[in-house]
Design a protein. Structure first.
Length: 76
């Protein structure tokens, strides 16, 4: 796997809206995540450590599967 091109950053759970968590970044922008992706004990105001990385192995497997599907479709 490839590590993230930037260090993990802290984000805050601003609030919950039904099944969504509104997340605030260090620069004040917000985005929503499904609440089910957060730890069960997560509460409004909690700081989270956000880390995103590319899974090169899973990406390669998915691309190979899609290439086989397309080949089967067009050669049928």
């Amino acid at each position: 796997m490839t590590t993230a091109p930037f260090p993990p950053s802290h984000v805050t759970i601003d609030r919950f809206e039904e099944n969504w968590a509104v997340i605030e970044t260090e620069d004040g922008s917000t985005f929503s995540l499904p609440r089910s992706l957060l730890p069960a004990e997560a509460r409004e105001g909690d700081f989270l450590l956000l880390h995103i990385e590319v899974d090169n192995e899973a990406t390669a497997r998915r691309r190979e599967a899609m290439a086989r599907t397309m080949e089967d479709f067009f050669n049928a």
